[in-house]
Design a protein around this ligand. Structure first.
Ligand code: PHE
Length: 340
């Protein structure tokens, strides 16, 4: 019997066949188990001889099965490894690489240029209250100036304060002045919102705000800083600029800054040419704004500016339509995006 079982065990082709053999030998009704049952009917003397012999048989068979099982498992593993073999010498297929959105690129460029001039980055919430977006910035209550911003309104807050999607990044000026002590030198990039939509306007767009507050900051600093920024940003040595008087409630005097440009086919060249392009709004921070933020206008003064980042990205990288920026079209980002 033992030889017969051993022969079957070593011939078992796989683990299932081996399990069948195990049940047939050692299972409840297996041949070995049936023999064990006969022990009960034997005389004590017979049992003393047959017991250890049968137990030995049972143990040897169990061991033989376990050994065969190891061998079969190893063989199965080897077969699997062979089947799933990876040829590491095959040339790799290049993985698809993400690209930087032109806006991210421009944000980074702007932040780097201003960082070199000692500016830090501050951020504020997209959902603002009326105080930070308008009142502290010297917009008179119920003044039509609030309307020119085409504001998206929310239902009022519990305390009655009107809530809006911020129409510009200027509220970050207010938040910074209210929480930090001058000297202040910050830029504040972020999303801004106005109900407007055509080829050059989207309801969501992006600005970078700038704010400098110190004891003797003046208009010359404003012009020098912004001209230095533009030369760096557009990569031109010679850059003619023009500051045109303008009106913002939160700056006095206020000016829009234009740069010279010319069109060379589809390409816009900044710095030279016979045309002027407006690129940002700026001015000296209005004394009422300083006061609203807890700063003494007799001690401190400064300048602020705000520019449309989407516009700058279009200009610098020759992107014709603003709406592509937010379409989420993979082909657009493949075309206009940048390698990280
Ligand atoms: N907040 C102004 C706008 O959105 C831009 C600006 C910022 C003007 C700071 C002056 C100073 O048009």
């Amino acid at each position: 019997l033992e030889n017969d079982l051993n022969a079957k065990i070593s011939a078992a082709p796989d683990e299932r066949a081996l399990e069948d053999i195990r049940i047939a030998a050692l299972g409840k009704k297996g041949v070995v188990s049936e023999k064990m049952k006969t022990l009960g009917k034997m005389s004590p003397e017979e049992r003393q001889i047959a017991g250890p012999a049968l137990n030995g048989l049972k143990n040897r068979i169990a061991e033989a099965i376990a050994k065969r099982k190891d061998v079969l498992e190893e063989a199965a593993l080897a077969r699997q490894l062979e089947a799933e073999r990876v040829d590491v010498t095959l040339p790799v297929r290049a993985p698809g690489r993400g690209r930087l959105h032109p806006l991210t690129k421009v944000f980074n460029e702007v932040a780097e240029i201003f960082a070199a001039m000692g500016f830090e980055v501050r951020e504020g919430p997209d959902i603002e209250d009326d105080f930070h977006n308008f009142t502290a910035l010297n917009f008179p209550p119920e003044h039509p100036a609030r309307e020119i911003h085409d504001t998206f309104f929310f239902p009022p807050r519990e305390d009655g304060e009107k809530m809006v999607l911020r129409t510009h990044t200027s509220p970050v000026q207010v938040r910074t002045m209210m929480t930090e002590k001058p000297p202040i030198r910050i830029i504040a990039p972020g999303r801004t919102f106005r109900c407007d939509s055509d080829q050059t306007h989207t309801p969501m767009f992006h600005q970078v705000e700038g704010l400098v507050i110190d004891k003797s900051t003046h208009m010359g600093h404003l012009k020098g800083t912004l001209e230095a920024f533009c030369r760096e940003f557009f990569g031109v040595k010679e850059l003619e600029t023009r500051f045109r008087p303008h009106f913002f409630p939160f700056t006095e005097p206020s000016a829009e800054m234009d740069v010279r440009y010319e069109r060379d086919g589809a390409v816009v060249k900044i710095g030279q040419g016979d045309k002027w392009m407006e690129i940002l709004g700026s001015g000296m921070v209005h004394p009422n704004v300083l006061k609203a933020c807890g700063l003494d206008p007799d001690e401190y003064q400064g300048f602020a500016f705000g520019m449309g980042i989407d516009r700058l990205a279009m200009l610098k990288y020759g992107i014709p339509d603003l709406r592509g920026f937010f379409s989420g079209d993979q082909r657009w980002i493949e075309h206009y995006g940048f390698a990280p």
